[in-house]
Design a protein around this ligand. Structure first.
Ligand code: SF4
Ligand code: SF4
Length: 477
């Protein structure tokens, strides 16, 4: 036997109630370690390179020799221990030629009726001066979705802006058209949008409810936090208006749960207080946090100490999520819930998200962008709704992102969950959508490490949580 070494980027060890477990990174699978396997892994903590004599010395008289051999062979097969040969095939290079769309994002209007300080939109104007999408452009976008995703039975149309509610005429027309087309094809269509809520009224809420919209409200927390950045064009805080509209929305919306999306900026790291206000005082079903870590809006970026504090606070809230999950409750912390969903589904991502593959965003002129955050940017388009997807160019873009050879991501232990990070983060930070989001890898690894340990605890103590709280949520999408 040649000398054996551990392959640290392929495993993550966790202890739950004294039981040793291993999260196998290539498959995102969770294994209970028996005593022999656990002891073998411990041996590598003491010796970076292990010989046959080392194994004999450690285990003779402690474990039967055949049990040690079997356990070692299993660990080698899983590529957790290496005997010098490549046991686990890496991802093979793939040629991407098909783009089975499930989601199209329609940028209804570049205009917004608010003027939030941190807004990343490159093409933002006031609604009156905003560039509005025509129905014909939107119709072509829907037809592109139906044609490229022909094998799918279910589609999602996302309305985005600026503020999407500032072009309700278009949204109503698109919904009527898409529902008609879906019925003709015996398929299902879902609608989602994120709004600042200021333009909502009872009639509009009921209309969204009738069409089962998935609604998310952009809201940053209690008044003092929300009003720091979310202001009118005249500079006035919008909390009072938004909170009143949210009250109206939540009092009459029945078809789907309503979530809040919080943008976290420099100096705003107290996620527990924000979560408490939005969930327990206002009544949202779930809250998702989006930290600003890159982009032009420099004064708003979370950096250094702020970012570390934010992740520590996220972990503290995640601890509450975990305790509640063990007790059979979901406290509506979306970031943690998404991580638990990914782990539960054995997520192994070759690309960071569906942008460009299952999802494209249409700008107001009909240009095709990787996702909503690229509309109005200087990243070249990947075709138009009229001419179709520029498949060669989009394929090359995705293939080059798939190729991680020689990069830190190639051997990163969270590569199958992070996969190099969001293209837009990379574009905003490095002006290159291919560049991995190296500016917070350690924090991301720490967050995922925490998530794996929490996942193992919930699995061990209340496995029903995953069927009771994750699967119904998936079915609703
Ligand atoms: S961007 Fe960083 S954290 Fe993400 S996979 Fe690459 S090295 Fe790992
Ligand atoms: S590129 Fe980033 S912002 Fe766009 S869909 Fe992917 S993760 Fe989201």
């Amino acid at each position: 036997m040649s000398a054996l070494t551990l392959v640290p980027h392929n495993l993550h060890r966790v202890a739950v109630d004294g039981r040793r477990m291993m999260f196998h990174i290539p498959t995102s699978g969770l294994f209970a370690l028996d005593e022999v396997s656990g002891d073998i892994l411990d041996l590598f903590d003491d010796l970076p390179s292990v010989t046959t004599d080392d194994v004999r010395r450690r285990f003779d008289g402690r474990h039967p020799a055949d049990a040690v051999v079997v356990a070692l062979e299993e660990l080698i097969t899983l590529d957790v221990v290496s005997d010098g040969r490549a046991a686990w095939p890496g991802r093979k290079p793939v040629k991407i030629e098909n783009f089975p769309l499930s989601t199209i994002v329609l940028n209804t209007n570049t205009g917004c009726n608010l003027s939030c300080g941190y807004c990343y939109k490159e093409d933002l104007e006031t609604p009156a001066r905003g560039d509005k999408m025509s129905f014909e452009t939107a119709r072509q976008g829907v037809e592109l979705l139906l044609a490229e995703g022909a094998q799918r039975g279910r589609f999602n149309i996302v309305f985005f802006g600026g503020e999407p509610l500032s072009n309700m005429a278009l949204i109503r027309e698109v919904v009527a058209y898409a529902e008609g087309r879906a019925a003709e094809l015996s398929k299902q269509v879902d609608f989602t949008l994120t709004t600042n809520a200021t333009l909502l009224d009872a009639a509009l809420i009921d209309w969204f409810d009738d069409h089962r919209f998935g609604l998310t409200v952009s809201m940053d927390g209690p008044k003092a936090i929300h009003d720091r950045n979310r202001r009118t064009v005249g500079g006035k805080g919008t909390y009072d208006t938004v909170a009143a509209k949210v009250g109206l929305l939540l009092s009459r919306y029945r078809s789907r749960p309503v979530g809040a999306r919080v943008t976290l900026t420099a100096g705003v790291t107290d996620v527990a207080t924000i979560w408490d206000h939005l969930i327990n005082e206002l009544g949202f079903h779930e809250v998702g946090f989006s930290p600003v870590t890159s982009g032009e809006a420099d004064p708003f970026k979370l950096n250094g100490d702020d970012l570390a504090e934010l992740f520590a606070n996220m972990k503290a809230l995640a601890e509450r999520y975990t305790d509640a999950a063990i007790a059979g409750r979901n406290i509506g912390f979306s970031n943690m819930h998404q991580l638990m969903t990914d782990l539960s589904e054995g997520m192994s991502k070759a690309l960071p998200c569906g942008a460009g593959l299952g999802l494209l965003a249409v700008d107001t002129r009909g240009g095709l962008n990787l996702c909503h955050r690229f509309t109005g940017s200087d990243v070249p388009l990947f075709g138009t709704v009229a001419e179709g997807i520029a498949k060669d160019r989009l394929g090359q873009f995705l293939e080059s992102r798939l190729d991680r050879a020689g990069e830190t991501c190639d051997t990163c232990r969270i590569r199958n969950l992070c996969s190099g990070g969001c293209y837009h983060e990379s574009y905003a930070r490095y002006h290159d959508p291919h560049h991995p989001t190296y500016h917070y890898c350690d924090l991301m690894r720490d967050w995922v490490d925490y998530g794996i340990a929490a996942y193992a605890r919930i699995r061990a103590r209340n496995p029903a949580f995953f069927t009771d709280h994750l699967e119904p949520r998936r079915a609703m999408k």
